[in-house]
Every structure is written in C-alpha cells, then in structure tokens.
Design a protein around this ligand. Structure first.
Ligand code: HEM
Length: 489
C-alpha cells in the first residue's frame, strides 16, 4: 500500500506542472498522445513553439514529465544561477536513465578531468590519434581500392570513434583487446536503448523492469562488472606508482582520473573510477560518431567544397612537419574545416534540444516569471540555429559561413569556432556544464577528416544528401545515405 501510494505520488509529480505556461502538445488529458507527438515529431513541435514563443517560455509534455522550453534570450541569466539552484546531473540522469538509477551518468570528476587534462594534453595526443586513425583505416574500414567502394559510415562510425577516443581513455593495450572494444560499443548502445525502454514503465515498475524485463539494463550490469574486472588492476598499478620517482606518466584518462581522485577530499573507489571510464564512452561515442558522419555526408555531397578543404589541409605537409606545427595547424589554422564542421552541426545537430536543467530552488527571472523547484528547463538549440534573425539564410548550407565571418573583422577571429558556445550556438550546451569533451571531439574529427581527404576520394551514392531523422531530441544520421570511397586519384 505504501509503495502504491508512493507510485501514485510519483506519477502525479511527473504529470504535475510547476508553472502555468501553455503546453503545446497536450490536449485535455491525453498524456499518451502528447508523449507520442514528442517522440515522433519533436522537430515540428519546436518549430511551432519557436514561431509562437521565441522570446518567452512554453511547455512540452515528454516521457520524463513537463519540460519548460526556454528562449535563448534567458539562457545567459539562467546559466548564472548557482549550482544548488540549477541541477545538470539530475536532469541528465532523469532524461537518459529514467530516474531509477541503474547507471550513474553524471559526474564532476569525469567532466573536470576531460576539461582539464585531456584538453591540456591535446598536442601530445595528436600522434596517438593519428596512429589510431591509421589503424582504423587498415582494420575497421573496408580495404580501399582504386574503384569506388561503399563504406557504411553510419554503422562503422561508433566503432571508429570508440577505438580512436578509447585509446585516450584506456591506453594502447586494452584498446586492442577485442572483448573490451566490443563490450564498450555494446554498452553505449544498451544504455541508450535501455533508457527509452525503462521510461515506458511506471516508476513503481522500473526496478522490476530493469532487473527482469529489459535485457539491455541487465547487460549494462554485466558490462560494468567487466569494466571493473579489466580496469581495476590497471588503476591499482597506476595508483601504486603515483609517487614512485620515474614511473611512467601514461597519456590516458585512467591515469588522470587516478591523479585527480587522489587529490580529492572524498576520493572514489577504484571500482567507481572504472565505471567512470566506461561512462566516458557514453558521452562521446554516439555524439562524436553522429557529428563525424554528418560532416562526411556534407563533404561527400559537395565536391567543390571537398577541394577547398583539401587545399587548406595541404597547406602544411602533415606527414613531414613536427608536432608543434601540427598542433598549431589543427588548433589554429583549420578555419575552413572548423567552419564546415560547425555549419554541419548547425543544420544537423546530434540533439534537437540541449541545456537540460532541473530547478532545485525556486527563483524569479528578471521578467518577473517565477520557476518553482522541480521545473525542468531545456533549450531548443536546433531552432535557434535556424533563426533568420541570428543567421543569414539559415536554411542554406554554407560550409564557409563561419570562416568568412571570422575573417570579416579582427574581433571576430576567435568567434564562431566549432567549440565555441553561446546562447545562439548551443549544440555543446552552455555555461558551467557545457560539454567538456568538445575540444577533444573537434581535434579528433579534424585529424580524421585530414587523413581521409589526404588519402581518399569520397562521394555520395545518391544525388542528394538524405535528411536526418529524429526520435525525441536524438537526431540520427540517415540510414539510407551511403558514402563511396576510393584511393585518391
Ligand atoms: C561532437 C561531439 C559531442 C557533442 C555534440 C556533445 C554534446 C554534449 C552536450 C549537448 C552536453 C550537455 C551540455 C549542457 O547541457 O550544457 C554534453 C555534456 C557532456 N559531454 Fe559531450 N558532446 C560531444 C563529445 C563529447 C566527448 C568526446 C566527451 C568525452 C571525452 C564528452 C563528454 C561529456 C561529458 C562528461 C558531459 C557532462 C558535463 C558535466 O558533467 O558537466 N562529450 N555534451
């Protein structure tokens, strides 16, 4: 009876509105219909919402309850609220995992380590990334020939990214262990699939469903056990050699997690660290794979642009130059490629909405609106990217839009970068919890594209680039687009 009462309260909470704002997808009490519209037609709902409430707020009912869709006008103000008022990790947990905690996805130590150590080491990581990319071209992609060969990039991209970035997460030895690589790829797929499936059950039934009904959540528990089995001995060695003079300072996330954890006033167990390393794959694999695939589809669809990008890449003979030059090239002298990546992301972002935050303490905005604790904010990043008041000819793909803008005035030179975030460019989120992996993703994608265009020709198998396809906020690459590859002629 107590459990039933709790469940009743929880269901009420999911359906409870914290604010009196219009709800775009709810007619009467048809919550199931609203959820369906959210899952199948979020793009259409966001378009309508933007036309009606661009400078204000409205709501959508989603599988995780009411979402308050916030205008870009207030992003800056909201992002400055203190951490105790605005909760990013709780919001991620609710939207991805469905409240019942079969996996902990948000963590400050992980985000901090990616933002500080991975970014600081990006220059030193270039040869490592290059090596992994060459390995992937030899072992993951189909053999390249002089004639056009189809390569199913949509399918292969998550494996490519998991291997390339995995080298930086777990080091060279484990990254060649097939059991590990296959399992992490399966793990990421399972986390996303399980998230959707679990949310279909009532809160009351979720622990039972996770244990007995949803195969993916059970597999996730096995994959976590595998991560502990394979990673804890490595982490233990790293910890033991931390203060040994002359001990090797490994260039990987495991090492940096151990170092940062040792400095923490509340250190985590090595088992916790092993799971965090696994969770790094969740944040990076699908997001970076989707972004890379979109960029390749956009380049393959435009042969003239491909030549412009090739010219930029060939301005430095990457094979012959030293690390400093390569580093500076990738980070500072790829404004056309950087622009292309940003334009591709503007029109085909991995998520239709970002900046998901739950209010933990009631607050009032400068416009007088009060948002009680429990309000769940989110921002329609994909619509802001299509706003003609923000971007000229927003529907048009102009790969060099951002490099042209950067070249316009000296003040613009550092603006409009792929990794830049602002209330007008929110595909990596915004503020304190903006994606810490975006610099790593940017460099990895650049090294990949530079290698590809230097050694291969690519084109689309179809005349037009097929459109992407969203389920809820997740905007997936088209499954029917095919890129053809051949060795460069
Ligand atoms: C192009 C690829 C990527 C995209 C589009 C992307 C997108 C995002 C977005 C939208 C957020 C939420 C930010 C917010 O709401 O303010 C986020 C957070 C996060 N991302 Fe990424 N991401 C990418 C690559 C990566 C990579 C490569 C890593 C790991 C190396 C990573 C790790 C994370 C983590 C740990 C968080 C949570 C941050 C926190 O706890 O404060 N992401 N990402």
């Amino acid at each position: 009876v107590v459990q039933l009462a709790n469940e009743w309260r929880r269901v009420r909470r999911v359906k409870m509105r914290t604010v009196d704002l219009p709800v775009l997808n709810l007619t009467g009490n048809d919550y199931a219909g609203a959820e369906r519209a959210y899952t199948e037609n979020l793009g259409g709902l966001l378009r309508e919402g933007y036309e009606k409430y661009k400078h204000g707020f409205y709501q959508l009912f989603s599988p995780t309850g009411f979402l308050v869709i916030a205008s870009a006008d207030y992003v800056q103000e909201i992002s400055q609220l203190p951490e105790g008022t605005l909760d990013f990790h709780g919001a991620t947990q609710r939207r991805m995992i469905g409240d019942y905690n079969w996996l902990q996805v948000g963590d400050t130590l992980l985000a901090h380590t990616i933002l500080t150590d991975v970014v600081r080491q990006l220059g030193n990581l270039l040869p490592v990334l290059q090596e992994e990319i060459e390995y992937c071209f030899q072992n993951v992609l189909p053999p390249c020939q002089a004639t056009w060969t189809p390569g199913n990039i949509q399918k292969l991209a998550p494996r490519l990214i998991a291997i390339i970035m995995g080298r930086v997460f777990v080091g060279p030895d484990l990254n060649r262990n097939k059991e590990w690589v296959d399992n992490v790829i399966q793990f990421v797929d399972d986390v996303f699939a399980a998230g959707w499936k679990i949310k279909a059950y009532s809160h009351f039934a979720r622990p039972f469903a996770a244990r007995f009904l949803v195969a993916e959540t059970r597999r996730v528990q096995n994959q976590k056990a595998m991560a502990r089995r394979l990673l804890v001995p490595i982490l233990r060695d790293r910890l033991a050699s931390l203060n040994e003079p002359g001990a090797e300072k490994h260039l990987d996330l495991l090492q940096w997690l151990v170092v940062n954890n040792a400095k923490s006033p509340h250190p985590k167990t090595l088992e916790n660290l092993a799971e965090l390393a696994l969770v790094a794959y969740v944040g990076s694999t699908h997001t970076a794979a989707t972004t890379l695939t979109n960029i390749l589809l956009d380049i393959a669809a435009r042969p003239n642009d491909l030549e412009v990008l090739r010219n930029e890449i060939s301005t430095i003979n990457l094979e012959a130059t030293g690390l400093d030059l390569k580093q500076s090239f990738y980070i500072n002298h790829t404004s056309k490629l950087d622009s292309y990546m940003k334009e591709s992301q503007r029109l085909n972002p991995a998520f239709l909405m970002t900046f998901s935050r739950i209010v933990r303490k009631t607050f009032t905005l400068s416009n007088g609106l009060t948002f009680p604790a429990g309000t769940h904010f989110i921002v329609p990043a994909s619509r802001i990217s299509l706003d003609p008041e923000v971007w000229e000819n927003p529907q048009e793909f102009d790969g060099f839009r951002f490099s042209d803008l950067r070249a316009k005035t000296p003040e613009n030179i550092h603006k409009y970068q792929f990794t830049g975030t602002s209330p007008q460019a929110m595909h990596f989120g915004y503020g304190r919890n903006a994606c810490p992996g975006r610099f790593f993703a940017s460099t990895t994608i650049k090294v990949f594209v530079a290698h590809l265009l230097t050694n291969y020709d690519i084109k689309l198998s179809t005349k037009e680039r097929p459109p992407n396809d969203a389920t809820g906020s997740q905007n997936s690459v088209p499954q029917d687009a095919e890129i053809l590859f051949r060795s460069r002629q």
